[in-house]
Design a protein around this ligand. Structure first.
Ligand code: ADP
Length: 393
């Protein structure tokens, strides 16, 4: 037999109350936290009906009868909500057992009521959180679907733009080639010499047509690079010779701006493994920029060194020009981007050249990076893989 003190302690600590009813469901004993019963405003007096004490048992008559008949040992009604005197909701679970006095025949029902408000509230909170999470997940899923659709649309538009640019550039090249051909013919006509008044005008037409051709070629290159259609013919290339040749093409520009130009090359520089025509284009872009973005009487230097640790050639094109604002450095090389100080150079440009340059360097297995100090100058570094065992003289 359980000690009375222990029994009371359990009833209080575990937030439970109990009632014992006879075969006619009349209450014989009642104890524990009676407020769990009373809050429902029911009669807790001995002799009252168990069904009045726990109205939630109405509807469970079959189970109640089975308990009384001894064919069912217990059943419970979980998470019943009740209201206390202050009008607050609380949750109880009703446990019902076949009650056997001295382990003999069933004499009635032991009804235990347990306060499970905390568990109930936690469950409710969890369900609420689960619903909110599900809602968020749904919103996210829908947003993702929209984003995917928008991305697909953007990709389609981008492809359309590239196609348009590529067709337009191709179409422009044919009339441009004929303009340049006729200008060449006019300049080099062995029979008629150009009237001096017209010489300068035709010269301007020629320069403008060449510039237009360079822009259309750049646009074509950008679309080719974006589409992954650049074909490289790799071979052994003497970078020193390439730089000398490109620099000689720019001699008029160097002279016009009175820049000094120097090549600093290691005596026995390995050959690079790269595409010669594309490497010429790379140095042509960088030298053209160095001249363009350096005020008169500047200095332009190209240095070529072998880095044995990385087994690459590092080319550096340095100028004493306007430099690039630090905030713009990370955007240099993005399509159509021109630095905020570009107006200082009073030069034309499209912001395509460095994107092409960087892409070509990377396609050849190299890297490009820039160091620049505003107002003092810039250095564009490039790396080229070497062609093993071949050295320039
Ligand atoms: P473009 O010269 O046609 O504008 P680029 O792609 O070659 O296009 O260059 C992008 C931008 O980077 C230029 O507009 C300029 O602002 C900056 N830039 C490039 N080279 C230099 C340089 N050597 N010195 C200072 N700024 C430069």
């Amino acid at each position: 037999m359980l000690d009375t003190f222990v029994a009371q302690l359990i009833l209080q600590e575990r937030q439970i109350a109990y009632a014992i009813a006879d075969q006619a469901l009349r209450l014989e004993q009642i104890g524990g936290r009676l407020d769990l019963f009373e809050s429902a405003g029911v009669c807790t007096a001995v002799g009252a009906s168990l069904l009045d004490l726990a109205r939630e048992l109405i509807g469970y008559e079959d189970q109640v009868q089975a308990l009384l008949a001894g064919t069912l040992s217990s059943f419970q009604v979980a998470m019943v909500n009740r209201e206390n005197a202050a009008g607050e909701l609380f949750y109880v679970t009703l446990h019902n057992y076949a009650y056997r006095r001295d382990n003999g025949a069933v004499t009635g029902i032991l009804h235990i009521i347990e306060d499970v408000t905390l568990t109930g509230k936690n469950n409710q909170h969890l369900t609420q959180q689960r619903n909110e999470l599900f809602l968020l997940y749904e919103q996210l899923r829908r947003a993702n679907l929209k984003l995917e659709a928008a991305n697909a649309e953007l990709r389609a538009l981008d492809a359309l733009k590239s196609k348009f640019v590529s067709i337009a550039a191709h179409e422009l090249r044919t009339p441009l080639a004929s303009i340049l051909g006729y200008i060449d013919f006019i300049f080099n006509d062995p029979i008629r010499t150009l009237h001096p008044d017209h010489q300068a005008s035709v010269d301007v037409i020629g320069k403008s047509a060449n510039r237009l051709l360079a822009i259309t070629n750049n646009l074509l290159d950008v679309t080719r690079i974006e589409a992954g259609y650049v074909e490289l013919t790799l071979g052994s290339v003497d970078l020193g010779k390439i730089v000398e040749e490109i620099a000689s093409h720019f001699r008029p520009e160097f002279e016009q701006k009175q820049h000094t130009f120097r090549i600093e090359k290691e005596p026995r520089l390995p050959y690079a493994l790269c595409d010669e025509a594309r490497t010429m284009q790379i140095f042509s872009n960088l030298l053209s920029n160095a001249i363009k973005y350096t005020p008169d009487h500047g200095r332009v230097t190209v240095s070529l060194r072998y880095n044995p640790q990385k087994d690459v050639i590092i080319a550096a094109v340095t100028d004493t020009g306007i430099g690039i604002p630090a905030a713009d450095l990370q955007n240099i090389g993005k399509n159509f981007f021109r630095a905020s100080n570009v107006h200082l150079s009073r030069s034309n440009g499209t912001g395509l050249g460095l994107n092409i340059t960087r892409s070509l360097v990377e396609l050849q297995g190299g890297r490009m990076w820039i160091e620049s100090t505003l107002g003092q100058g810039s250095t564009f570094y490039l790396t080229f893989p070497i062609d093993d065992g071949i050295f320039s003289a």
